[in-house]
Design a protein around this ligand. Structure first.
Ligand SMILES: [Mg+2]
Length: 149
């Protein structure tokens, strides 16, 4: 079953200088090819300009504002039309709510950063088995409401 996978922006896919984390495009392409959908959200607001700037628009199914507290209620408040099945963020709390990966923060441009490959591995394992023992993986503490899409 395809997952709706939500990526944070700052320090998850973008460094302080707004450069794109190595492997981001490749990882998005692989996830989509595996049957998943990739979404972008940010606590700062809508980041369409950055997604366009890095030429990721063709891979991203939606760009949303991310709740920074009361995450589940925030989906409705910020018009996020999908339940996030899997969240990748450098900030643990939202990951612990929906389940996903707390990633190593990407602050500074680094050609040798291989976190995206590791994230892809965890997502693949989760998609297959429903869990992962790898560092950074968090199971959801807030189950998907049965009535929500
Ligand atoms: Mg962040």
């Amino acid at each position: 079953m395809g997952l709706k996978i939500f990526f944070d922006v700052d320090y998850t896919i973008l460094a302080v200088d707004n450069s794109l984390r190595p492997g981001t495009r490749d990882t998005f392409e692989k996830l989509i090819s595996d049957g998943h959908d990739v979404y972008i959200w940010s606590g700062v607001g809508l980041r369409n300009a950055e997604i366009r700037h890095h030429d990721l628009e063709d891979l991203v199914s939606g760009v949303y504002r991310k709740p920074i507290q009361n995450y589940v209620a925030g989906l409705l408040e910020f018009d996020v039309p999908h339940w996030p099945d899997f969240v990748i963020d450098d900030y643990p709390e939202i990951v612990e709510t929906f389940g996903g990966v707390v990633c190593q923060p990407y602050y500074f441009r680094s050609a040798s950063d291989d976190e995206m490959e590791r994230i892809y591995g965890i997502i693949s394992e989760f998609a297959e088995t429903g869990e992962s023992a790898q560092v950074g993986y968090r199971a959801a503490t807030n189950g998907r409401p049965p009535t929500q899409e």
